[in-house]
Design a protein around this ligand. Structure first.
Ligand SMILES: Cc1cc2nc3c(=O)[nH]c(=O)nc-3n(C[C@H](O)[C@H](O)[C@H](O)COP(=O)(O)O)c2cc1C
Ligand code: SF4
Length: 595
C-alpha cells in the first residue's frame, strides 16, 4: 500500500466517510502534501462515490487547494488595500528577489512558493503574510531577511522564533462585550434557570440584530428555526470573516471563544439542536488548535456534550470546519454548501437556511459577534443591552479600524457613534474618505462624517478603512474591484462578466484613455449587476465604483481623455463609420476611444 493510500485511508477511517467531509479531507491532504496528489483524488473518488471531475472542480474552486505542488514553504502575502498602503508589494518583490522565485510560482527546487492572497484580516498590523498557514504580521525588510534566512536554512516553520507569529488583539476601546469577563458557563446556567422560552424572549426584547452585515433580528431567526419541521436542527457560527478590512472576529475567536461557544450552546438549547459547527476561514488556521482546546475544556467541564450541566436530554456539541480561501463562503448558503463538502456556490433563496439549511435541515447561521452578544444578554438581560445604542440598533458594535490613523485596532462603540468621533479617537487626520463595511460597503466623504454607525444610517459588519488626502482613491477602487473579480464564484453572468467589464473600464480610466461614454457604461453595468446578480457578492461588487463616481466625481473626471487630442482625430468620419456599423449614435463615442 502506498504512503498516500495509507494517509487517505487513515483520514477516512477516522470518520463515517461521509461525502460531507470531502473539503475537510482535502484540506488535510493539502496540508500534508502541499497539494492534492492525483492518487488521493482517485482514492477519495472511489471511497466516497464522488466523481473525479467533481473533486477536481472543488480543488480548483478553493484558493488554498492545489492540484500541483506548492513549495515546502507556501507563502501568501495579504493583498488588501491597507497592506498595499503599508508597502506589501515592494516587500514581496524583495523576498522574491532574495529567494530567486517569481511571484505566483514555485522555485525550481520545490522549496518555496510566493504569491498574493485576499485580505488575511491583519490590517491593523500589516503588511502580513501566511507561511504554511501561520500568520506573520508587521512585515518590514528586517523580517523579510529573517524569513528568507530561515527558509534557506530549511528550518521547519514550527521551529521558527515564536515572536514572528505574535498577532495582537490590539483592543483600543472596550464596551459591553469586551470589558466584561463572563464566568465560564454563566449563559448556560441562565438558560437552565430561566428556561428556553424566557431566554428567547430576552434575546428578542434586547433587539439584538445580526453582526455579520445584514442585521436580521437574531431572536426572529432562532424562533423560525425552532418552529421549522426537521429531523435535526443545526447551529452554525460564521467565522469566515472575509470582508476586506474586517478583523474583529479574529480577536473574539482568540480571546472570547468561550463566550462565543456559550452563545452557540444556548442557541442550540433554544432551537433544539444537538450539533453546532464553527466555520473557520482558512486564513485563521493558526487559531484552530486553541479553539479545539477550549472546546475540550468545555466538554470536560460539562458545558458541552451529553446532559449539559446535568440537564437530562440537553445534548450539544460543536465541531470546527475549515474554509479554504473563498470569500463567497461567508455567504450563508454558500457556507452551507461548503460545509457539505462542495464548491461554495450560493443557493437559491428562499428557502432560507432557517427552514432548509445544512443537510436540508433547519439551521441557524449567525456571526461570531452575534453569538457573543447573545451570551452576554443571557447573563445581564435585555434592558442592560438595550441601554446602549439607538432605537433600531441596540447594543454595541466592534469596529476593525485600519488605514491612515495613528491608533488602528479594535474599537467597541455603542451604536450611534459618529464617523467623526471614531476618526478622532483613532488619531486620523486630513481624512479624504472612510470606507465603511469593507469592499462591498460605502465610501464616506468628509461632508458626511456627521453620519453614524447604525443599521438605520451607515451599517457595517465591522470594517472601517481610512484614507488620507495623499491617497489615490482609484487605487482603492481598483483593489476592491480586482478582489471581487477574483472572488466571484462564476455561477451567474452579471457578476462573472460584469465584474471583468468593470475592471477593464476602470483600467481605462486609470491609464487616462477613458471618455464620458466609459463612465456611463460603468454605471449601466454596475446597475445591471446590482439588480440581476444571484447573490450579495454580485449585487454589492459595483458599490466602490458607483459610490466613488457619485461622491468623488473628480477622481474620474480628471483622468478622462484629454480633449486636446481630439483635433488629430477625424471625429465626423468615426461617427459616420459607427452609425453605419451599429445603427446607433451612442456607439460613436466608443469608437472615438478605440482609435
Ligand atoms: C459575499 C458575502 C460574504 C459574507 N461574509 C460573511 C462573513 O464573513 N461573516 C458573516 O458573519 N457573515 C457574512 N455574510 C453574511 C451571511 O450571509 C449571513 O447573513 C450572516 O452570517 C448571518 O449572521 P448574522 O445574522 O449574525 O449577521 C456574507 C454575505 C455575503 C453576501
Ligand atoms: S453574484 Fe457572483 S458570487 Fe454570487 S452567485 Fe453570482 S457569480 Fe457567484
Amino acid at each position: 500500500m502506498s504512503e498516500i493510500n495509507r494517509f487517505v485511508s487513515r483520514l477516512l477511517s477516522n470518520t463515517d466517510d461521509a461525502p460531507d467531509l470531502l473539503l475537510q479531507h482535502l484540506c488535510s491532504i493539502q496540508h500534508h502534501y502541499s497539494h492534492i496528489p492525483e492518487e488521493a483524488v482517485q482514492l477519495l473518488s472511489e471511497r466516497l462515490h464522488i466523481s473525479r471531475v467533481e473533486i477536481v472542480s472543488i480543488v480548483y474552486f478553493y484558493a488554498f487547494l492545489h492540484m500541483h505542488s506548492q513549495g515546502d514553504y507556501d507563502i501568501r502575502f495579504s493583498d488588501n488595500i491597507t497592506d498595499r498602503m503599508l508597502g506589501n508589494l515592494p516587500l514581496l518583490e524583495s523576498m522574491c528577489k532574495k529567494l530567486g522565485v517569481k511571484p505566483g510560482e514555485t522555485r525550481a527546487d520545490g522549496r518555496v512558493s510566493v504569491e498574493l492572497t485576499s485580505c488575511t484580516g491583519i490590517c491593523d498590523q500589516g503588511p502580513a503574510l501566511l507561511v504554511n498557514g501561520m500568520a506573520v504580521s508587521r512585515l518590514d525588510e528586517r523580517r523579510i531577511h529573517k524569513i528568507v534566512g530561515l527558509i534557506e536554512a530549511r528550518i521547519p516553520v514550527d521551529k521558527w522564533p515564536k515572536k514572528l507569529f505574535v498577532i495582537e488583539d490590539n483592543i483600543q476601546r472596550r464596551d459591553k462585550l469586551l470589558e466584561d469577563v463572563t464566568t465560564h458557563g454563566s449563559a448556560i446556567e441562565a438558560f437552565v434557570v430561566k428556561g428556553s422560552d424566557a431566554l428567547l424572549e430576552s434575546v428578542d426584547k434586547s433587539g439584538l440584530r445580526g453582526r455579520g452585515g445584514a442585521g436580521f433580528k437574531a431572536a426572529t431567526k432562532w424562533r423560525i428555526c425552532r418552529d421549522a419541521p426537521g429531523k435535526e436542527h443545526y447551529v452554525i457560527c460564521n467565522a469566515d470573516e472575509g470582508e476586506p478590512g474586517t478583523f474583529k472576529d479574529r480577536i473574539l475567536l482568540n480571546s472570547y471563544a468561550d463566550v462565543m461557544f456559550e452563545g452557540m450552546t444556548m442557541c442550540g438549547g433554544i432551537i433544539g439542536a444537538k450539533k453546532g459547527f464553527l466555520y473557520l476561514r482558512g486564513e485563521y488556521l493558526y487559531l484552530r488548535h486553541a479553539l479545539e482546546e477550549t472546546l475540550q475544556e468545555r466538554r470536560d467541564a460539562g458545558l458541552l456534550g451529553k446532559d449539559i450541566l446535568g440537564q437530562d436530554g440537553f445534548d450539544f456539541d460543536i465541531e470546527i470546519h475549515m474554509g479554504a480561501g473563498a470569500y463567497i463562503c461567508g455567504e450563508e448558503s454558500a457556507l452551507i454548501e461548503s460545509m457539505e463538502g462542495k464548491r461554495g456556490i450560493p443557493r437559491n433563496r428562499p428557502p432560507f437556511p432557517v427552514s432548509v439549511g445544512y443537510k436540508n435541515q433547519p439551521t441557524v447561521v449567525n456571526n461570531v459577534e452575534t453569538f457573543v452578544a447573545a451570551a452576554r444578554i443571557a447573563v445581564y438581560g435585555a434592558d442592560w443591552f438595550r441601554a446602549s445604542g439607538t432605537e433600531q440598533s441596540s447594543g454595541t458594535k466592534l469596529l476593525s479600524i485600519s488605514g491612515d490613523c495613528t491608533r488602528p485596532g479594535i474599537y467597541e462603540y455603542p451604536y450611534g457613534v459618529s464617523i467623526r468621533q471614531v476618526l478622532e479617537d483613532c488619531g486620523a487626520e486630513d481624512t479624504q474618505a472612510v470606507q465603511v463595511s469593507g469592499a462591498a460597503g460605502f465610501t464616506i466623504p468628509p461632508q458626511e462624517f456627521y453620519r453614524t454607525i447604525a443599521f438605520e444610517d451607515v451599517p457595517t459588519g465591522g470594517s472601517f478603512m481610512i484614507f488620507n488626502q495623499k491617497r489615490d482613491l482609484l487605487e482603492m477602487v481598483k483593489n476592491f474591484n480586482e478582489f471581487f473579480c477574483h472572488e466571484s464564484c462564476g455561477f451567474c453572468t452579471p457578476c462573472r462578466i460584469g465584474g471583468t467589464l468593470m475592471k477593464d473600464l476602470l483600467n481605462k480610466v486609470i491609464v487616462g484613455h477613458a471618455t464620458a461614454y466609459d463612465l456611463n457604461e460603468m454605471k449601466k453595468i454596475g446597475l445591471l449587476m446590482k439588480t440581476t446578480a444571484h447573490c450579495g457578492l454580485g449585487t454589492t461588487a459595483p458599490n466602490p465604483i458607483l459610490d466613488t463616481m457619485e461622491k468623488f466625481p473628480g477622481i474620474y473626471s480628471k483622468r478622462l481623455l484629454n480633449r486636446s487630442y481630439e483635433p488629430a482625430f477625424d471625429l465626423d468620419a468615426a461617427l459616420e463609420v459607427s452609425r453605419h456599423i451599429t445603427g446607433r449614435d451612442d456607439e460613436a463615442a466608443h469608437i472615438r476611444y478605440e482609435r
